[in-house]
Design a protein around this ligand. Sequence first.
Ligand code: C5J
Length: 231
Amino acid sequence: MTLASTLPLTVKADPGDISFVPATTALIIIDMQRDFLEEDGFGAALGNQVSVLRDCVVPCVALLAAMREAGITVIHTREGHRSDLQDVHPEKLARCPPGKKIGDTGPMGRILIRGEAGHDFIPELLTVAGEVIIDKPGKGAFYSTDLDLVLRRQAITTLVICGVTTEVCVHSTVREANDRGYRVIVPGDCCGSYFPEFHSMALKMISAQGGIFGYTTSSSALISVLQHTAA
Ligand code: C5J
């Protein structure tokens, strides 16, 4: 196991270059689940084109490998619910189309239900031993989960947040993290949306106004500083 460095690294970002210490940084990969990214999943059933979302898979795989190599803490999240639906707000359920509601049966099992095939991570981004999985009932990864406790216990202060979808679960998590005092860095090419215009606006909203929610960068900028240090 690699021990993450305690020396600060600086990455090119918007609205300006930003430093982070690998030992106090975590990569949080949001909801890279089959239900959102595969043709037979919930996202596709709602009429979305999942191929647009898949552009972020290769950059995510590369960033994950570099983070693991640097010994940085990795956390994966999944959006999903208990099989008895006791943790779904009726309001959330009411906004699903008939026949495609959370808990209904689809080609990959019951939609967004924990333990079903569609709820699982895509094969390219499976977890390895020691990486925490946060199962979340909401959009933000802090809502009704123990994510904050897990991070504080490890004295994590910087979060690199990526995944899907940019303007929904990634954005909700970025906002929650910012309000809790974490430094947030978002590699834009490791995020994806069914709506390209939402993706680009969501990224702009993070770094606007001097970095109102955090910093945006790219996977290559992050990988380059991590590898440079390892050499
Ligand atoms: C959505 C998510 N879009 N993971 N979930 O419903 O962004």
